[in-house]
Design a protein around this ligand. Structure first.
Ligand SMILES: Cc1cc2nc3c(=O)[nH]c(=O)nc-3n(C[C@H](O)[C@H](O)[C@H](O)COP(=O)(O)OP(=O)(O)OC[C@H]3O[C@@H](n4cnc5c(N)ncnc54)[C@H](O)[C@@H]3O)c2cc1C
Length: 429
């Protein structure tokens, strides 16, 4: 069992100032209701916590805070194959839901790189994306209804179990991505999809990262919509090779991993391969599901492989897909100008780049590089956080991206939900 100090931070590298005032390990909704009602009465800040894999400091907690750990609310309450829905508690590990859905021939589409270790509640609170986002969207696209406990302890059911429904304002959409600032998610009705009958995988190597980014854009221009479209630059490939003993970096300066799925997977893979072959220096394709999963697993190793080389800042910008090559080029130019060691991998199908900046030997230079990368994202018409959230780390950029009027409106909405200001204060908004 983790110590109180370990429960006061996440994977962002934010160091806790000390253990929190208290840790509540909730195993029932009543535990959550009692904790919030008491915290509202006493004005005590509450930081809700899933698995603590967040990368923006959203689950970081100060010494005056109650950590409300909901990972023990971890039951899959039901799967209905006819309606194509699952009812779950928030502490369910994302990969476990997908495994349970598979037993019914179904799939839970959102699959963050952390799918084996993060929770559904955390995914909902951060609106997490994943590798299959290129075709199936982000967590918000899979959430139909939520059970939420408000700051005063009231329990509400938001949304509905039907695929369609427009009665009232979309409060589910508002709660998804609210990073624990509006309420605590204690239950969810999630959309499941038919598990694709076939999967095709292509791995293409390119002479430069720009060539790989251009090829990714050409897939879109050719009218193709693969389920996975991931880009990995040469430095990241070298780190993966070091971790796993593979030889990706020897084959090219960047890699695109592409998966197609569904009944037309073979035909779509052939069309993908034809586009990639125009500029790739090497190209492998497979229809073998296990071989495809092994290649995707290499991509999931990207972040742990870079982290194995030392402390890092993990960034998360998105740009319009048409600007992906400009963004990759811009990030590499910033690395050179600031003298920093920057690795890039990307959910290329979503225009979502993860520039990973080594903190050593000069953390100040790493911070400067990060600031320039955020400015680049906004200049290209993008965002400073595509999927990790604002948390603590991006808060200074909120107003620059949204403008003061929108920030004020969002804070007024927070005041309505949480008048005592106890839910994750100082985060996200
Ligand atoms: C190796 C690795 C790969 C990753 N890859 C991806 C990726 O591909 N895509 C992606 O989007 N993210 C990725 N992440 C980031 C992280 O896994 C996600 O942000 C995930 O959604 C966090 O889930 P969690 O259960 O760990 O939440 P936590 O870290 O515990 O919490 C995250 C935020 O959600 C709030 N919260 C948690 N549970 C609840 C709840 N029940 N109700 C209300 N608020 C709640 C917390 O207060 C906090 O603000 C990755 C992280 C790692 C370490």
């Amino acid at each position: 069992m983790s110590s109180a100090l370990e429960l006061a931070t996440d994977r962002s590298g934010v160091a806790p100032d000390g253990p929190p005032r208290a840790v509540v390990r909730a195993t029932t909704v009543a535990d959550v209701q009692r904790t919030l009602a008491e915290a509202s009465r006493t004005g005590t800040p509450v930081v809700t916590r899933g698995a603590g894999t967040g990368l923006a400091g959203g689950a970081a907690a100060g010494p005056d805070t109650i950590v409300l750990d909901v990972s023990g609310l971890d039951r899959i309450l039901g799967i209905d194959p006819i309606d194509g829905i699952a009812r779950v508690e928030p502490g369910v590990i994302t990969a476990e839901l997908d495994r349970a859905a598979a037993a019914h021939g179904l799939m839970y589409a959102p699959d963050p790189g952390s799918v084996a270790i993060c929770t559904i509640g955390g995914n909902i609170a951060t609106n997490a994306g994943g590798l299959r986002g290129a075709k199936y969207g982000v967590t918000r696209d899979s959430v139909l209804a939520l059970d939420v406990v408000l700051a005063d302890g009231t329990r509400l059911h938001l949304g509905r179990d039907t695929v369609k429904g427009v009665v009232g304002l979309d409060l589910v959409g508002l709660l998804v991505g609210s990073e624990g600032t509006l309420g605590v998610v204690v239950g969810a009705t999630l959309r499941l999809l038919p598990r694709p009958a076939r999967v095709g995988t292509a791995v293409a190597y390119f002479a430069s990262v720009t060539a790989a980014a251009v090829a990714a854009a050409e897939l879109g221009a050719a009218g193709l919509r693969p389920s996975v479209l991931e880009l990995v630059d040469g430095k990241t490939l070298a780190a993966i090779d070091e971790l796993r003993g593979t030889d990706h970096a020897g084959r090219g300066a960047a890699l695109l991993l592409v998966q197609t799925d569904g009944f037309g997977a073979g035909e779509e893979l052939a069309a993908v391969a034809a586009v990639l072959a125009r500029t790739a220096s090497a190209l492998d394709t497979t229809h073998d599901v296990a071989a495809g999963a092994a290649l995707a697993a290499a991509r999931r190793d990207a972040l742990p492989a870079i982290e194995a080389r030392g402390r890092v800042l993990i960034e998360d910008i998105a740009v319009p897909r048409s600007r992906l090559a400009d963004a990759v080029g811009g990030v590499h130019a910033i690395a050179e100008a600031t003298g920093t060691d920057v690795y890039v991998f990307a959910h290329a199908g979503d225009g979502n780049l993860h520039p990973i900046i080594r903190l050593d030997p000069d953390p100040g230079a790493a911070d400067r590089a990060a600031e320039e990368i955020f400015a680049l994202a906004l200049a290209l018409g993008g965002t400073v956080s595509a999927e990790h959230g604002v948390g603590l780390l991006k808060r200074a950029w909120l107003e620059r991206e949204l403008g003061p009027d929108v920030v004020t409106l969002q804070r007024r909405i927070k005041d309505l939900f949480d008048p005592a200001g106890i839910l994750n204060p100082g985060k996200a908004l």
